[in-house]
Design a protein around this ligand. Structure first.
Ligand code: ADP
Length: 181
């Protein structure tokens, strides 16, 4: 383990899935500390508020002593420098993630050359999993058991219960328009 190395794991985590936790668990075995950083992005309409996402992440990672959870806005590299992190951790599920991640890694290197982006691959059981797919399946009443921590399952069920009960015309699985993360 690289005792002194702090890695930032940024993302939307709307909500945290077992795929995210797989990456965090792998990361915490390699680096001294992993800071899971929830991006505050005005442009996105999240299902869960920043506070809700932070709380779910904190509960889901409470068993790991070298994992911290925080939120940030603005440039990721500025936040990383502020945390004294030298690694940006990202997960790669399939080749479809690669192009965007490659672009981001090179842009972040241009902005802060001393910070390295490290990609980890999750267990194949989670390689199809995304927060947007979980939201979609939950909103249509499908089971997401085993794909997210229990506490997220419960909170998603609560959210879905208070959501507008009128049918969403485009919200069928197979329509890719809402699956951007
Ligand atoms: P973002 O909006 O930054 O893509 P996400 O919360 O969707 O935020 O993802 C954060 C990071 O976790 C990204 O690197 C993403 O590729 C990775 N990730 C998301 N889902 C999985 C998964 N099932 N397995 C491994 N990595 C994942």
């Amino acid at each position: 383990m690289n005792e002194g190395v702090i890695a930032i794991y940024p993302g939307s985590f709307d909500p945290v899935t077992n795929g995210h936790l797989d990456i965090i668990e792998r990361g915490r075995k390699i680096f001294g500390q992993v800071v899971v950083a929830v991006l505050f992005n005005r442009a996105k309409q999240p299902l869960f508020s920043i506070e809700e996402r932070l709380q779910m992440l904190r509960e889901a990672t409470a068993r790991w002593d070298n994992v911290a959870v925080d939120s940030f806005s603005g440039l990721l590299v500025d936040y990383a420098i502020q945390c004294q992190a030298t690694v940006i951790l990202r997960g790669i599920r399939a080749v479809t993630d690669y192009e965007f991640e490659f672009q981001m890694a090179l842009m972040n290197r241009r902005l802060a050359g001393e910070i390295e982006t490290v990609f980890l691959v999750p267990s194949e059981a989670f390689s199809f999993l995304s927060s947007s797919l979980v939201r979609e399946v939950a909103s249509l009443g499908g089971s997401i058991s085993g794909l997210v921590p229990r506490l997220v399952e419960t909170r998603l069920a609560d959210k879905v219960a208070v959501m507008d009960p009128s049918p969403r015309p485009q919200a069928a699985l197979g329509d890719r328009s809402g699956l951007e993360d």
